[in-house]
Write a protein that binds this ligand. Structure first.
Ligand SMILES: C[S@@+](CC[C@H](N)C(=O)[O-])C[C@H]1O[C@@H](n2cnc3c(N)ncnc32)[C@H](O)[C@@H]1O
Length: 304
């Protein structure tokens, strides 16, 4: 097996129904197709304009988790697969899953030998105790706790997990860059707030502890988006799922116009537009299997 020539075991075909839990997704009654409609409709823009802006986050979390040769890693809600590519560059053998088939097509293009599935993070298509490391970069939210159970299930005992979520957005210098998402319908904006609740102090720690994780650590994760100009900012933002919700509400032209106007006020001579946003990382370990007593091993009868 070459370093990423893996097709890790599966417990069945990927489950695809009910994949309605994306960041700022359109809510519980939405179908699987709606996730791809929002996140996948501009897959090439997302992959080449938006995802590279997250590189600091990926590098920092991989570093903190000590990702390297010998690790079998799964990235949950992997988007267009840049984090997987960077984990492979550190020597890990990788798998990934995302609800958007068009983002998965890019992820596979970037990582041709990795095991990347289209599916629902609430029903991961891998066996129990498969992976050494699981990551999810702003893919799991307060509204999707079942994905944490699934990560717990597919991680080996003692396996490492790193999840990121938005931190205190309003206090972030780059909060302006997320403001256009609030042009979505009020119910969608409320859902956004419920999702980001996982970033509040204590909330993620509690969720992970209740799901059987130990050695839980909350860390600040570096995160900066940069854009060449206001037009590029608007185009980049429009490629994301939450922008789709805003565009559905106000129309593409109004969304672009508002985003460009917002960014114009931030232009700095000779420098890129810069949006530094608070991102919280939760690092933890799966509980190790309790030590079996010596006389339980190898089927030896218990001594009296
Ligand atoms: C904020 S993006 C993060 C993508 C990627 N991790 C990154 O760093 O750019 C959220 C991702 O979650 C995916 N997603 C939403 N609901 C999902 C589900 N139920 N199962 C798997 N992926 C899902 C979306 O398609 C999208 O790629």
């Amino acid at each position: 097996m070459t370093i990423d020539d893996t097709h890790v075991s599966r417990r069945g075909p990927p489950a695809v129904a009910g994949a309605d839990t994306s960041e700022f997704s359109a809510g519980p009654r939405n179908s699987w197709e709606m996730v791809d409609e929002g996140w996948g409709r501009r897959a090439a823009d997302f992959a080449s304009l938006s995802e590279p802006g997250n590189c600091r986050e990926y590098v920092a979390v991989h570093h903190r988790l000590g990702v390297g040769t010998g690790d079998l890693l799964v990235d949950v809600a992997c988007g267009s697969g840049l984090a997987i590519e960077l984990a492979r560059a550190r020597g890990a053998v990788c798998a990934g899953i995302d609800a958007s088939q068009r983002l998965v097509a890019v992820a596979r293009d970037r990582n041709p030998h990795a095991d990347i599935r289209v599916g629902d993070m609430a029903a991961l298509p891998w066996d129990d105790e498969t992976f050494d490391v699981a990551t999810s970069f702003r893919g799991i939210w307060g509204t999707t706790p079942e994905a944490v159970d699934e990560i717990h299930r597919v991680l080996l005992p003692g396996g490492r997990v790193g999840l990121t979520v938005w931190g205190h957005i309003k206090k972030s210098p780059g909060a302006w860059a997320l403001a256009p998402f609030r042009m979505a319908a009020p119910a969608r904006v409320e859902n956004q707030a419920a999702m980001v609740s996982l970033g509040r102090p204590g909330v993620g720690e509690d969720l992970l502890a209740r799901r059987g994780f130990v050695d839980i650590e909350r860390v600040d994760v570096p995160f900066v988006w940069e854009f060449a100009d206001p037009e590029t900012f608007a185009r980049t933002l429009a490629s994301t799922g939450p922008a789709y919700e805003a565009i559905q509400n106000v129309g593409e032209a109004a969304f672009n116009e508002a985003a460009i106007e917002l960014a114009r006020a931030r232009v700095r001579d000779g420098l890129p537009l810069r949006a530094e946003i608070a991102v919280v990382g939760y690092l933890a370990r799966n509980r190790t299997r309790p030590e079996r007593r010596l006389d339980e091993r190898d089927g030896l009868p218990e001594r009296t």
